[in-house]
Design a protein around this ligand. Structure first.
Ligand code: SAH
Length: 247
């Protein structure tokens, strides 16, 4: 393993079977693993005997700076993200922090199974055609931009996967977003939620936009909003791609 590499590793949703072979190999080989504490707990089996650097949720920049420092000192380091490292994960931040470095480290990005894929599989096959992934977190994106994107997606009849849908303190935006989808797609549009997809305690809900239990949605959940081709087929969420339409 090259000393001047640093790994941004997506560990998938948590279940060991959904971690890629490549992610496993990297985690087994590095000396130091850096990450948000609950994610490190998901891969406890792989971290035994290693040096671990864990921080809280908001410590992303500090965590990545620390990882880069350790890598620069010659030790092999992996920074873990849940799901895919390049989808609301740490890969981009590591690359950005190296932007002005005189001798940038080589950031090796190891992809993982993102929450949208895991949740879609749990519900059926809702992402069979074009879809959009949107985060409702206003930590780094102004709410006005989030509203504009929701408008565009709702009008474009795209299936939509909402990440970071609702936190303990951000309670209004998800209701507003669901109401916007209802305005464009009607209250009967198929929608689903998956909490803890692909890890212990997975819970699925499937129904219509009007029935969606908005208050129960939290940050461990993704919300999937169907489009005009999405149906409930034998109690699974399916977006029809056109295969079975008679021509
Ligand atoms: N890099 C991650 C996403 C991080 S953003 C990925 O690719 O999956 C964090 C948000 O992702 C959470 O608020 C939640 O909406 C969603 N999420 C991540 N893992 C999840 C899981 N196992 N089940 C349901 N939602 C999940």
């Amino acid at each position: 393993m090259e000393n001047k590499d640093i790994y941004a590793v997506g560990i998938g949703p948590g279940k060991a079977e959904l971690l890629t072979f490549e992610a496993r190999r990297v985690l087994e080989n590095v000396e130091v693993i850096v990450g948000y504490r609950p994610y490190l707990e998901l891969i406890a089996e792989l971290t035994r005997g290693k040096e671990m650097v864990s921080t809280g949720m908001r410590g992303e920049v500090a965590r990545c700076r620390r990882a880069l420092e350790i890598a620069r000192s010659g030790r092999s380091v992996a920074v873990v993200s849940s799901g895919d490292a390049g989808i609301y994960g740490m890969a981009g931040l590591l690359l950005e922090l190296e932007e002005k470095s005189e001798e940038p480290l080589n950031v090796v990005v190891v992809p993982g199974i993102t929450a949208a894929s895991t949740a879609a599989a749990a519900l059926g096959a809702p992402l069979m055609n074009d879809f959009v992934v949107l985060s409702l977190s206003d930590q780094l994106t102004p709410v006005a931009d989030i509203r504009n994107r929701i408008q565009a997606v709702a009008a474009a009849d795209l299936v939509c996967v909402l990440y970071n849908p609702q936190s303990r303190t951000r309670r209004e935006l998800l209701r507003e977003v669901i109401d916007e989808f209802i305005r464009h797609r009607g209250p009967g549009m198929v929608a689903g939620t998956v909490r803890n997809a692909g890890r212990e305690g997975e819970q699925c809900w499937l129904g219509t936009l009007a029935e969606l239990p908005v208050d129960e949605v939290d940050m461990l959940t993704v919300v999937l909003v169907g489009n005009s081709k999405t149906a409930i087929v034998n109690r699974r969420m399916v977006t029809r791609r056109g295969y079975t339409v008679e021509k």
